[in-house]
Ligand binder design. Structure first.
Ligand SMILES: [Zn+2]
Length: 74
């Protein structure tokens, strides 16, 4: 289902974030079930999970729109 998502884009976005308290960048890991985030603290991790979900939702939306466009071209 989520195979068409470009996790590299999401990874780049998430890993460019820096914890305001510890000044450390997180690590975004694509897993079989979805994704995992390694970060310095729980608070930052929770924030990043919310952001990731938003990015994934956006990616899904644009991927579906792309597929629809292709489908209607014929
Ligand atoms: Zn932190």
């Amino acid at each position: 289902m989520s195979d068409f998502l470009d996790y590299r884009v999401i990874k780049r976005k998430i890993e460019s974030e820096v914890c305001t308290e510890h000044n450390v960048s997180p690590e975004f890991i694509k897993t079989a079930k979805g994704f995992q985030i390694n970060s310095c603290c729980e608070e930052f991790k929770n924030k990043l999970i919310e952001k990731s979900k938003k990015h994934i939702a956006e990616q899904t939306k644009s991927a579906v729109e792309q597929m629809m466009k292709k489908a209607f071209k014929r």
